[in-house]
Design a protein around this ligand. Sequence first.
Ligand SMILES: *Cc1c(COP(=O)(O)O)cnc(C)c1O
Length: 493
Amino acid sequence: MLYQSTRGKEYTANAPRAILDGLAPDGGLYMIPDFSGIRLDLHTLLEKNTVEMAAEIIQSLMPDFSISEMRELCRRAYEGKFETPDLTPLAKVGDRFILELFHGPTSAFKDVALSMLPQLMTAAREKVGLKEEIVILTATSGDTGKAALEGFHDVPGVRIIVFYPNGGVSPVQRAQMVTQTGNNVDVIAVNGNFDDAQTGVKTAFQKAAAGALKPEDGAVLSSANSINIGRLAPQIVYYFKAYADLLHAGEIRFGEPVTYVVPTGNFGDILAGYFAKKMGLPVGKLVCASNKNKVLTDFFETGRYDRRREFYKTTSPSMDILVSSNLERLLYMAANGDTEQIAALMNQLSKQGYYDVPESMRNKLAAEFSAGWCDDARAAEMIGKVWKQYGYLMDPHTAVAWAVSEDYCADHPAEKTVVLSTASPFKFPSAVLEAIGETPDADPFRCLNQMAEITGLPVPRGLENACKAKVLHTAVVEKDSVADYALQKARKR
Ligand SMILES: *Cc1c(COP(=O)(O)O)cnc(C)c1O
């Protein structure tokens, strides 16, 4: 199977190549050309344990790897790395279910994908026979950075460079990143927001492709952001796993559609849910939940994507995004693979800051997606309410999705609904403590223990360690220097 760039028919790549390259040479994203050829036997798949399930699902999208190879990669990625052997447990909370994606080493859902990506990349490197060093460039809104560092540190043949918005991540998130050990890691603060960091990284890729990286530099760039298809594929798995859990708990009949509400930023997580649906999982609506940066809510409502708006810093920083890269993949599917149309829309977005999709495409999307948003005050209210009513503690990202699910479920009471929980509440202790009516300690790190004492929940070990460890990374760059800084680092051997 050859993946296809969303922006040009002439750019195709097999799975190992697509994983190594991240972006297609024309700036497009690699896409599965056609899901109809993918055959999964849902009955047997849903009976498998998570690691086996992961191997089967990911292999079906990457047939360049054999199933036994993929099983080995999944085992290496996951076994013993998560707090729970089934990786992503499902909790019943009131009339809904919460899919806990945060039991990995950095307490964020990105661990699910970023535990697997280094395995895929190392295997891809072998398959392709690549000699150069792979330099992973990553822009992070908070969680990707640490999860990527955790996955890639000390992996032979790989270097990882992470850019995060200065002041735009939580103190705990920052501590996790700037204390990262490893002889192949760089962590840099950018004076700008996440979109600035992401733009800088994209520019570095364009410059490298245009000749800024020479063969004698001995380095090739790749990405750990969800623009990399190797990031998306592992995320499909937990949609199946949650469905299997509902089935085994007798909550649904086989074949009954399930609604998933997804706290959304770059549109990777929810897109993985759409892939799951395309691969035969009975998914009902996919509900896209945004914070006050509600560019996606407006898009699904009006058909216009418009990034020309104020950027808000919220208590759910991993969703503070105005350019949701993976939406491009959804548009490609909705346009039936019309790459010219997608290239034109993306060009307009970058030049004019907005685009409109045709009415027909908007209706197509509306049949599969719903969208809503919630501000910080309402998210906090949700954390307090769910804690009081059910004794369940949510982080602010999950709370945004919960709020949106309240509205959705009020209109669709009969649908079984799963809310995806993307971070441990311990990653955002001050906001969570305030929301449950406590006064958070002025020291964000003492807050962790405070929260543990008040709630009786244990502090995740990775977070506890990050707060005690030595700061190793202090570099700061201006937003316009991100690309050149990255290239210079990549060249330096
Ligand atoms: C990354 C992230 C999101 C957004 O996921 P996307 O795939 O970018 O849409 C939501 N919540 C948390 C905690 C995250 O880290």
